[in-house]
Design a protein around this ligand. Sequence first.
Ligand code: PMV
Length: 325
Amino acid sequence: MKATAIAPANIAFIKYWGKKDERLRLPANGSISVNLSNLQTITTVDFSADYQEDIVIINHKKDKKEATRVVEHLNRIRHLAGIKNRAMVVSQNNFPTATGLASSASGFAALTVAAASAASLNLSEKELTILARQGSGSACRSIPDGFVEWFEGKNNETSYAHSIFPADYWSIRIITITLAYESKEVGSSLGHKLALANPFFKTRLLRINEKIKRIKRLIKEKNFRQFGEMIEREALELHAIALTSDPPIIYWQPETVKIINLIRLWRKENLSAYFTIDAGPNIFLVCEEKNLNKLIAKLNKIKEIKKIIINSPSRGTRLISKHLF
Ligand code: PMV
């Protein structure tokens, strides 16, 4: 059987950093994110007795390293469905992977929904998020619509994601700012591991549930200023953990700091925008719709920026009828 799914990437406002169970990918804390309308992965999965082995083609290439993780995920799905057939998987991002924008969330969300359907598994959204989480933690947040909460949970069944507000609840814009660096940074897997041994990480965890409660309230009230201040502090906290890990991880580049400083300066000039940053040098600028054009004009003048992509909050992952093969 063949099925195809389209999945958005997501950006976290309260971050997932550190796992309390490596194998199940149970996070050390809950997290809050929004799906991004213009960073998407489309994946077609076909299970058939005709295939001698699993074939995985990502962005027109066979990639051995990625394929191992994909096959592990197919095995989870085969196990659940009680099937043995091998699969052909073809996956494409609508954004360049070399730009360093995390594709594992959209990739594993699309793979989960397409493969579960191709294997004739009839799973609820909650069950799909549980399955996606085991492939790549943050992928579970790309399945429900709009603004999403991932519950930390205590075990496999209780660590899942659900929508807290639909995509059209709040018309913020998220601009991904890609800097001229290839993605050579330390992957998030090692970062998650090192965080656990970092003494500052314990302090972060003491306050995290309070932060989750507060950010949900600020989104509900559409309180952009306080929301923006909070997401910046949260991103800085994640990088403070990375910087004080052993060995230290420095994700930023000089251009990252340059743009942080510019965003802070623009605020002084009454142009409101805030940043968040994941495990890499690129910046995600968050603004209200009314300020979008002014900000784009400013960003277009910065020569260190390689690419900008404007996103709105988006729906989650869904099946589509047009297959990639
Ligand atoms: O899903 P992973 O292992 O790539 O981890 C994602 C980690 C961050 O992007 C830095 C934070 C987050 O919550 O997405």
